[in-house]
Design a protein around this ligand. Structure first.
Ligand code: DOR
Ligand code: ZN
Length: 448
């Protein structure tokens, strides 16, 4: 169901260059990139003065369907993605029931297929009881597998070391990627008990219940497993400076260990609890200014390769009240690209780096490149078209998620997403979804 579209006179941005070129999309696929292209019957979009980036690939979202649709559903979540310039999402498996078998993977894919406004891949989960399912789920088209080493939403139990080793050996053999929530469960439990035992109820108690040693320990262990097995290993939501140092080492040693961070760790510190209370409770927790700075430096040094939103919606009731009972996480898929564009337009990082972080690397890490996250001939015609001279104001009420709580409400940002194009069709314009019928399709890694 792809469209025919000629985008003329824009400046196209890749991780390597910014140059003026037209892009011709035919049947949803990029057919030509060059100067003075002819439409030959295709719809024409004049992009003079605008930047054209590959559609964003957000490898870390929780759209909550099935089972938790009071928090979000696949239609509202993928509309938010489309409005925010994200054309491919990889959906996490901590839905209900969890995606732990070939059967559940198929079921979830069929359920979501009719409700997707952007393309989507599905993670399976690894736990102690399902390592035998991984190869089958991979065959069936799973995007990769998520491993929760620490406790969080869904309370999926962490796998034992032997299961972990077996799964990572399998990952190396088959070529799939494992994405890790890297916090040491035992340490999280220890510190939580300690801090709660002190009777603390202030919002920052949550941060103290999961100090950075929890993340550092888990990541250093994973580096050993990754080195010994050769598994492609993505550490999601990196929050701590100690982890950045470990990733620097992993890079120097040529390990296939990559890091993802999220806008909230780049923009906020634990101080944000003073203003937002439990809204900004998230796992892992917000940390200190020094951590925040080290994450920005890691982006500049190519030590952290990708940014995911960790879009984790909950209802206002679930987010409010007591810090211990409030749910962790908040929405982000609609604001991730605007926030990173702003950083580029302010000169903090380059616009090429934004493409590298939000399109190129996520797509590479999950074997979707060059079909997704690229402007290569033969790739899907997924684009996000940006006016660098305009401004965006984030207004929570106008976001597309079911529940609108975000610490980024009211932010004024440089740049504005004018159009989101999914396989040659404009699906969103000026922050509104214009494609009435959901046209998203499942995507699976390309196997070599
Ligand atoms: O804060 C979080 N919320 N961190 C996670 O790892 C999971 C997420 C969720 O699913 O709510
Ligand atoms: Zn997550």
């Amino acid at each position: 169901m792809g469209g025919d579209l000629l985008v003329k006179n824009g400046r196209i941005v890749t991780p390597w260059s910014v140059r003026e070129a037209d892009i011709l999309i035919r049947d949803g696929v990029i057919e030509r990139v060059g100067r003075d292209l002819n439409a030959d019957g295709a719809e024409v979009l004049d992009a003079r003065g605008l930047l054209i980036l590959p559609g964003g690939v957000d490898e870390h979202v929780h759209m909550r369907e099935p089972g938790l649709t009071h928090k979000e559903d696949f239609a509202s979540g993928t509309m938010a993605a489309a409005a925010g310039g994200i054309t491919t999402i990889l959906e996490m498996p901590n839905t209900v029931p969890p995606v732990e078998s070939v059967r559940e993977l198929r079921r979830k894919r069929e359920l979501l297929r009719e409700r997707a406004y952007v393309d989507f891949g599905l993670y399976g989960v690894l736990h102690d009881g399902n390592v035998d399912e991984l190869a089958g789920m991979w065959e069936e088209g799973a995007a990769g597998f998520k491993v929760f080493l620490g406790p969080t939403t869904g309370n999926l139990p962490a796998p034992s070391d032997s299961t972990l080793y077996e799964a990572m050996a399998l990952a190396a053999r088959h070529g799939f990627t494992l994405a890790f929530h890297a916090e040491n469960r035992g340490l999280v439990e220890y510190f939580t008990e300690k801090v709660r035992g002190e009777g603390r109820r202030d919002y920052e108690a949550h941060a103290d219940s999961r100090p950075s040693i929890c993340e550092e320990e888990a990541v250093s262990r994973l580096m050993i497993f990754a080195r010994r097995t050769g598994a492609k290993t993505l550490i999601v939501h990196v929050s701590a400076r100690e982890t950045v140092e470990l990733l620097r080492e992993a890079k120097a040693r040529g390990l296939k260990v990559w890091g993802e961070t999220c806008p909230h760790y780049l923009l906020l510190t634990r101080e944000a609890h003073k203003k937002y209370g439990s809204l900004v409770k998230v796992n892992p927790p917000l940390r200190d200014e020094e951590d925040r700075r080290s994450l920005w430096k890691a982006l500049k040094d190519d030590v952290i390769r990708t940014i995911g939103s960790d879009h984790a919606p909950h209802t206002p009731e679930e987010k409010s009240g007591d810090i211990w009972n409030a749910q962790a996480g908040f929405i982000g898929v609609e604001t991730i690209l605007p926030i990173m564009l702003d950083a580029a337009l302010r000169g903090v990082i380059s616009i090429r780096k934004v493409v590298s972080l939000i399109s190129y690397w996520p797509s590479r890490i999950f074997g979707l490149y060059p079909r997704k996250g690229s402007l290569e001939v033969g790739g899907d015609g997924d684009l996000v078209i940006i006016d660098p001279g305009a401004e965006t104001r984030i207004v929570a009420e106008r976001l597309h998620s079911k529940h609108k709580l975000t610490p980024f409400d009211g932010l004024s940002l440089r740049g504005k997403i004018r159009y989101t194009v999914l396989r040659g069709r404009v699906v969103a314009e000026d922050g509104e979804v214009v494609e009435e019928k959901p046209m998203g399709e499942p995507v699976s890694p390309l196997r070599r």
